[in-house]
Structure formats: structure tokens, C-alpha cells
Design a protein around this ligand. Sequence first.
Ligand SMILES: [Zn+2]
Ligand SMILES: [Zn+2]
Length: 70
Amino acid sequence: MLTNAIGCECSDPTCPGGHLDQGCTMRATHVIRRIDMDDGETRFAMCYTCANDALDSGIFALVGGITKPA
Ligand SMILES: [Zn+2]
Ligand SMILES: [Zn+2]
């Protein structure tokens, strides 16, 4: 499971996170997956801002949160 700190994997240049095409440097707190692909295995770790924007797009579904290390 994703239990260690992991960086946000968002690279959407139009993301409200404001990272443009540089990639987001926030710590990921959510795991989402694409729902327009059949494999069901394509998952992304994203921070709160990016995950919410992705979910709003309608092609991602929330898998769960990332447990932060103690
Ligand atoms: Zn992000
Ligand atoms: Zn983003």
C-alpha cells in the first residue's frame, strides 16, 4: 500500500494548483484512477487540489486517501 510520503503526480498544465507544466510538488494525499480506461489499474497519487480538479473532470474516481506516516 501507499504508506510513504509520495509526491503529487499531476502534470496537467491547466490545473488550478498553478504548477503549469512543471509538475506539482505537493505531497500527494489522494489516490485516484481513470474511469475511462478498462484496465482499472492506472492510478495516480495526487495532492488535495489536483485530486479535486481531476475528479471534477469526470474521468477520474477516488480510490482512497494516502495514510501519512506517523
Ligand atoms: Zn498536486
Ligand atoms: Zn495539479
